[in-house]
Design a protein around this ligand. Structure first.
Ligand SMILES: *[C@@H]1O[C@H](CO)[C@@H](O)[C@H](O)[C@H]1NC(C)=O
Ligand SMILES: *[C@@H]1O[C@H](CO)[C@@H](O)[C@H](O)[C@H]1NC(C)=O
Ligand SMILES: *[C@@H]1O[C@H](CO)[C@@H](O)[C@H](O)[C@H]1NC(C)=O
Ligand SMILES: *[C@@H]1O[C@H](CO)[C@@H](O)[C@H](O)[C@H]1NC(C)=O
Ligand SMILES: *[C@@H]1O[C@H](CO)[C@@H](O)[C@H](O)[C@H]1NC(C)=O
Ligand SMILES: *[C@@H]1O[C@H](CO)[C@@H](O)[C@H](O)[C@H]1NC(C)=O
Length: 783
C-alpha cells in the first residue's frame, strides 16, 4: 500500500514539473531511501519501529512530527531497516549511524546486473536491441571455464582473497539459480561436449544453460599422495569459486542476492543467455598441467567459442611452451577460440603472468562499492576500515597493541603480528587488539581474528602494510586499516593513558573513493618474457565482487576479490562481442575490448593505483578499464591471424624446427618480424629504444564504410612520436590500411615512459597505449 502511495506521489511530481517549474525543488529535494540494518536479533517489532522513528527524528532536528511524515515503512520481521523520504544530506547522516549497513536510493529495479556491471555501464538488453544489436545470439555462444584450484586451507578460510585466489577452484554447482535454464532454447547444434558422469553428478546435472561438464584428475592423482583429499570426483563445485567466476561471466538474473545482507540487489552475469561448459581441472591441493591440457584439448574440440581461465603459473612465468596455459591457449587461438585469463595477484612490477600475445590478460580494479567498518577511538577520532563482518561492539573497550600482549617465548615483535599462540590470554581478555599483517604471513587475516578471539580479545584492528582494501569476513568485530592510519592508531595508544575504541559492523558504501582504482594485489607489467608485448591487456572489476557460490561451502552467494574475478567480467564482455559479431576473430574481439577501454575514472580523472594512490599507468591496467558500452562498435580493429603468432615466435628466437613441433604444419620463419614489437597488437611497447625506431601496424575498418580517422598522439616524455600517414581514409568495410609509428629519443632518461596513440573521428576513438623504455647510455640524443 505504501509503495503505491509513493508511486502516485512521484507521478504527481512529474505532473507538477511539467506545469509548474517553481515546484521542482519541492519535488526533488527529498527522495525515498532504503536504510538497511542487517538481520534482526530478537527485538520486538514495536521496539524496532520506535527506534526507526528515533533515528528519523534525529535527522529532522528532533521533530517527531517530521519523522513520522518522512517514514515510509519499517522492515521489522525478517530483517531490520526502514524506508523514508530523505534529503541527500539526511541519508548521508543516517548512513553514519551505528547499526546501519547501507543506505541506497529506492531506484527502479530492472532485470539485470551485479553492481560491478552497473558500474561498468553495461547496456541493458532493451538498449542493446534498440541500438540494433541482437542479444539473442548469446544463446549460440559457448563459454568454457577451465580453472585451477587447490587452496590448502579449508574453504571457510579461503574467501576474501587471503589465499589470494591465485588458486581459484573451478567446479560448478548446477542447481544454483544463476545456472537455471528457464526459457532457454535447445543446446546449439554442433555442440560436441559431454555431461560426464561422476560423484553427485550425472547427465541430468547439466541443462540448457550448463551444457557440458567434464573433469580431469589423472594428472593430479599421479602426483599427489594417494590419500590426498578429493571432494566430489566429478565436475561438481565443492569450494564455490567456480560458480563465482561462471556466474560473473554468464549467470542468469537472480533477484535479491546478497552476502549476509551486504551488497544486496538483483544480479546477473555479463552475458546471461550464453551457454556454459565446465572443465574442472583442479582439486583440493592444486591442478596439474596434464589435466589442464586435457581440458583445453577437449574444450576446443567440443566447440567452445571462448575460454575463461582464472588461473596462472607463478610469476615469473616460464617459456611459452613450458607452460600448459600458453600452449593450450595457443592452440585455442589457432582454432578461433579466444582465451581470457587473469594476470595474477602478486602486485609487484613485472609479476604479470599469462603473457602470451594470443591471450587476453586481465588485471583487477575496484568498483565504487566499498565494504567498510567504522572505528571510533576514545579521543573521538573516527576511522574507516575495511571488513565484511557484521559483528560489532556495543560499547567502547580498552585497546592495546598486540605487542603488549606477548606470551611466553614470543617477542613483542612477533606478537605484534598476532601469530598463533603468541598472545597472552590474561593480557588480551576483553580488549581490542591492534595486529599487523604482511603479505608473506603464514596466518591469514581471518585466522588472525580467530587467534585474537581465542586469546579472549573482543575486537581486532589489523594494520595491513600492503593496504589492500580487501574486505574480509572476520569472526569478531574487526577492521583492516592501511599503514598510515595504523600508525595514527598506535600513536594514540602510546600517548593515551587508557585508550579505548569501538568497532562497528560492516556496511556497504557507494562512491566513497575515486573509482575504479587499480587493486593493490593486481599483477603488473612490464612483460617479463617479451617486453615488446604490453601486459596486462586491460583491467576490470576484481575487488569485493558478489556472485554465486557453492552451497557446499556454506552460502549461495559470496564476495571475493582477485584477478580471478576480473577475468570473467572480460569473458562476459567478449561473449557479447562474439554474439553481435560472430565472424570476428579472437584478435578482433580482443582489439575491440582494448581500444575502447578508458584510462579515466568515473569523475573523468586519471585512474589511480592502490595502495600508493599514485597515478596508474599501462603496466597497471594495460589499455585501461573495460567499457562495455563502447566495445560493440570499436570503429577500427587490430587483427592478427595464427600465422602472425608464428611470425612473432620466430622474431623472439624460436626456430622453424621447434615451431613445427608446436604447429605440426609447414609454417616457416620466412615471415618473421624485425622485432616482436611489430606484431599487430592493439597496444605498442618499445623496450630499449636507442636513437629512433619504427613500428608498423594495420587497422581494419569495421565501422562505417566511408570514414576518416586522424591520429592524435601523446608522446611519452623524452620521446618524439610521429605517425605516418596521420590520416586514414576508408571507403569500405573490411578495408585494411597500414601505418607506421616512429619513435625518436629526445631526452635520454632511464626507465619506462607512457603515452598514447588514438585514431579519432567524430564517432570513434581507437586508442592504444604507447610504452617506451629509452635505452640507458649516450645514444639517447639524436641531432
Ligand atoms: C541423477 O541425479 C539425480 C539427482 O541427483 C537423480 O535424481 C537421478 O536418479 C540420477 N540419475 C541417474 C541415472 O543416476
Ligand atoms: C551486543 O549486544 C547484542 C544484544 O544485546 C549481543 O547479542 C551481542 O553479543 C553484543 N555484542 C558484543 C560484541 O558484545
Ligand atoms: C601472561 O600475563 C600475565 C599477566 O601479565 C602473567 O602473569 C603471565 O605470566 C603471562 N603468561 C605468560 C605465559 O607469559
Ligand atoms: C607440408 O608440405 C608438404 C610438401 O609441400 C605437403 O605435402 C604437406 O601436405 C604439407 N603439410 C601440411 C600439414 O600442410
Ligand atoms: C618530432 O618529430 C617530427 C618529425 O620528425 C618533427 O617535425 C618535430 O619537430 C619533432 N618534435 C619535437 C618536439 O622534437
Ligand atoms: C601492410 O603491411 C603488411 C604486413 O605488415 C604487408 O604484408 C602489406 O604488404 C602492407 N601493405 C601495404 C599497402 O603496404
Amino acid at each position: 500500500m505504501s509503495s503505491s502511495i509513493y508511486a502516485t506521489n512521484s507521478a504527481l511530481c512529474f505532473l507538477f514539473l511539467a506545469v509548474l517549474v517553481a515546484n521542482v525543488s519541492f519535488c526533488f529535494s527529498t527522495k525515498v531511501y532504503v536504510v538497511y540494518m542487517g538481520s534482526k536479533s530478537g527485538e520486538h517489532p514495536d521496539e524496532i519501529l520506535n527506534e526507526n522513528h528515533q533515528m528519523l527524528a534525529f535527522v529532522h532536528s528532533g521533530s517527531t512530527e517530521q519523522a513520522q511524515a518522512s517514514h515510509v515503512y519499517s522492515y521489522k520481521h525478517a530483517f531490520r531497516g526502514f524506508a523514508a523520504k530523505l534529503s541527500d544530506e539526511q541519508a548521508f547522516q543516517i548512513s553514519k549511524m551505528p547499526g546501519v549497513v547501507s543506505v541506497f536510493p529506492n531506484s527502479k529495479r530492472k532485470l539485470h546486473t551485479t553492481h560491478s556491471w552497473d558500474f561498468m555501464g553495461l547496456l541493458d538488453d532493451q538498449t542493446m536491441e534498440t541500438l540494433g544489436y541482437s542479444i539473442r545470439n548469446q544463446e549460440n555462444i559457448i563459454i568454457g571455464f577451465i580453472d585451477t584450484g587447490g587452496q590448502s586451507l579449508p574453504f571457510t578460510e579461503s574467501f576474501g582473497l587471503d589465499d589470494k585466489l591465485k588458486i581459484s577452484m573451478y567446479r560448478i554447482w548446477p542447481e544454483s539459480p544463476s545456472f537455471s535454464d528457464t526459457d532457454m532454447p535447445a543446446v546449439p547444434p554442433g555442440w560436441k561436449g559431454q555431461c560426464q558422469h561422476g560423484e553427485a553428478f550425472n547427465a541430468s546435472s547439466c541443462n540448457r544453460k550448463v551444457i557440458g561438464a567434464r573433469y580431469y584428475m589423472t594428472g593430479y592423482e599421479a602426483e599427489e599422495e594417494s590419500d590426498a583429499k578429493i571432494s566430489f570426483r566429478s565436475a561438481r563445485d565443492s569450494t564455490g569459486h567456480g560458480s563465482h567466476t561462471a556466474s560473473i561471466a554468464a549467470g542468469r538474473y537472480v533477484p535479491n542476492m546478497n552476502y549476509k545482507g551486504l551488497a544486496g540487489g538483483g544480479a546477473r552475469g555479463g552475458a546471461p543467455l550464453a551457454r556454459i561448459a565446465v572443465y574442472k581441472t583442479c582439486w583440493d591441493s592444486g591442478c596439474y598441467d596434464a589435466d589442464l591440457l586435457a581440458a583445453f584439448d577437449d574444450a576446443i574440440r567440443d566447440g567452445v567459442h571462448i575460454l575463461s581461465l582464472s588461473l596462472s603459473a607463478e610469476s615469473p612465468q616460464g617459456d611459452y611452451f613450458n607452460d600448459a596455459i600458453s600452449v593450450g591457449s595457443f592452440h585455442a587461438a589457432s582454432r578461433g577460440v579466444l582465451v581470457v585469463a587473469s594476470a595474477g595477484n602478486e602486485g609487484r612490477a613485472a609479476s604479470a603472468t599469462n603473457l602470451a600475445p594470443w591471450m587476453l590478460t586481465v588485471a583487477a580494479s575496484s568498483t565504487d562499492r566499498d565494504f567498510t567498518s567504522d572505528v571510533i577511538l576514545g579521543n573521538g577520532a573516527k576511522i574507516m576500515g575495511e571488513s565484511l563482518s557484521l559483528l560489532e561492539m556495543n560499547a567502547s573497550t580498552r585497546i592495546i597493541s598486540a605487542s603488549a600482549a606477548n606470551e611466553g617465548y614470543f617477542t613483542t615483535y612477533q606478537s605484534s603480528y598476532c601469530l598463533e599462540s603468541s598472545l597472552n590470554k590474561t593480557k588480551s581478555k576483553g580488549k581490542v587488539l591492534v595486529c599487523r599483517h604482511v603479505e608473506s604471513s603464514t596466518e591469514s587475516k581471518v585466522q588472525k581474528s580467530k587467534i585474537v578471539k581465542n586469546a579472549g580479545g573482543v575486537g581486532m584492528i589489523l594494520i595491513d602494510e600492503m593496504d589492500q582494501d580487501v574486505a574480509i569476513p572476520f569472526v569478531i568485530p574487526s577492521a583492516i586499516v592501511g599503514k598510515k592510519t595504523g600508525e595514527r592508531i598506535l600513536s594514540y595508544l602510546r600517548t593515551t593513558r587508557k585508550p579505548v575504541s569501538r568497532i562497528f559492523g560492516a556496511k556497504t558504501v557507494l562512491g566513497a573513493h575515486p573509482a575504479p582504482r587499480v587493486a593493490a594485489f593486481s599483477s603488473k607489467g612490464p612483460n617479463s618474457l617479451n617486453p615488446e608485448i604490453l601486459k596486462p591487456d586491460v583491467t576490470a572489476p576484481g575487488l569485493n565482487i558478489l556472485a554465486a557460490w557453492s552451497p557446499a561451502a556454506g552460502n549461495m552467494f559470496n564476495i571475493l576479490s582477485g584477478t580471478s574475478m576480473a577475468c570473467p567480467h572480460v569473458t562476459g564482455i567478449a561473449t557479447l562481442v562474439k554474439a553481435v559479431h560472430p565472424s570476428w576473430s579472437p584478435s578482433a574481439i580482443k582489439s575491440a575490448i582494448m581500444t575502447t577501454a578508458t584510462v579515466l575514472d568515473k569523475h573523468h580523472r586519471p585512474i589511480i593505483a592502490d595502495p600508493e594512490q599514485r597515478r596508474a599507468n599501462a603496466f597497471d591496467y594495460g589499455s585501461g578499464f573495460v567499457n562495455p558500452a563502447r566495445v560493440l562498435d570499436p570503429g577500427l580493429i587490430y587483427d592478427s591471424e595464427p600465422a602472425d603468432f608464428v611470425a612473432f615466435l620466430c622474431s623472439v628466437g624460436y626456430d622453424q624446427r621447434s615451431l613445427h613441433l608446436v604447429t605440426r604444419d609447414n609454417s616457416t620463419c620466412d615471415r618473421s618480424f624485425t622485432t616482436a614489437s611489430d606484431l599487430n597488437y592493439p597496444s605498442i611497447a618499445v623496450p630499449n629504444l636507442k636513437g629512433s625506431f619504427s613500428v608498423s601496424r594495420v587497422v581494419t575498418n569495421v565501422g562505417k564504410a566511408r570514414s576518416v580517422y586522424r591520429a592524435i598522439v601523446s608522446s611519452p616524455p623524452g620521446v618524439n612520436v610521429s605517425v605516418t600517414p596521420n590520416r586514414l581514409v576508408f571507403t569500405r568495410i573490411g578495408q585494411k590500411i597500414n601505418f607506421t609509428v616512429n619513435f625518436k629519443v629526445t631526452v635520454s632518461s632511464k626507465g619506462y615512459t607512457f603515452g598514447f596513440l588514438s585514431w579519432r573521428n567524430r564517432k570513434s576513438q581507437v586508442t592504444s597505449p604507447l610504452v617506451v623504455q629509452v635505452a640507458p647510455g649516450k645514444k639517447g640524443f639524436v641531432r
